[in-house]
Design a protein around this ligand. Sequence first.
Ligand code: UT7
Length: 326
Amino acid sequence: MKSARIVGLGKYLPSKILTNADLEKMVDTSDEWITTRTGIKERRIVEKGVGSSVLAYEAAKVALKRADLKPHDIDLIIVASITPDNQFPSTACYLQHHLKARRACCFDISAACAGFVYALSCAWQFIRGGLYKNALVVGSEVLSSITDWQDRSTCVLFGDGAGAAVLTASNKESFLSAYMGGDGSQAEILILPAGGSRISASEETVSKRMHYIKMKGNELFRVAVRVMVQAARRVLKQAELESQDINLFIPHQANNRIIDAVAKRLNMPLDKVYVNIARYGNMSSASSAVALCEAWEEGRIKKDDIVVLDTFGGGLVWGSCAIRWV
Ligand code: UT7
């Protein structure tokens, strides 16, 4: 077996919908501002107390069924999340337990919105190296748990959800290339300031609302466009492809204006760009996972198509990968 291919995709979105009209009643905002500045109309929110592993479990069950594999067949589980159930143990361990996938080794990846691409690339390499045969990769987030519902500059952006992919060893070359980058010098642009080892939880951190996402949106916007373009160009070059070879481009769903700017710079016609931000907002690692699954469900991905995922997020991190749908 020379490589890995995706044999099953799944997604889970909580049923509760929070619309822009609902947000108008919570903070000083408007449907018009949110729609024109971001493209978001509504997002999904879990019931309080539901952790990322539960969403991951629901998405994973669908992906495994479509892959025609049982939990016992899985030997590697990677969960990408910035909203793990707990700081430890890993959400992948909880997912393994929910699934009863007792043979699987499990670990989490913290690469924010690029997490699903990072995790896919890891699983691909583990399988390609011969260590594992079947891998389950999940992007799962409960961003509502770290969203400051009093901060209009961030609370309109995020949503909850999960997407899953099952990869299996294959002689067919499906993953054509991957590229991941990072820049820790810009960590403060998008950060959850407290709750880690540097600034542990205290009455002061709670009263200063330091357990919620803090974001310098404007600065992030500029970097996002630049590095997403750079990442996509890099994977295309590595795979010896041109942008016109892409059948479906799946960018991170952070902002419609970022997506448009990236697509324009890559000369990608918008009918080849998958966008679902209006319905779900930004779900960090779950965004590209859900988008990939949904695009496949809608018949937007056919055999031999070239699909490129292109992501960017807090860290800062970015990652892109090119997949031939075999
Ligand atoms: O997933 C990780 C990656 N995330 C990103 O890449 C996000 C990147 N950034 C963005 O998407 C955009 O910067 C935002 C959507 C976050 C903000 O859009 P913007 O066009 O950059 O707006 P801004 O922050 O420059 O704010 C413009 C104005 C400000 O008012 P003044 O100072 O001009 O009077 C804000 O106070 O809009 C105001 N504003 C709002 N008004 C109504 C900010 N948030 C809101 C709001 N409703 N929700």
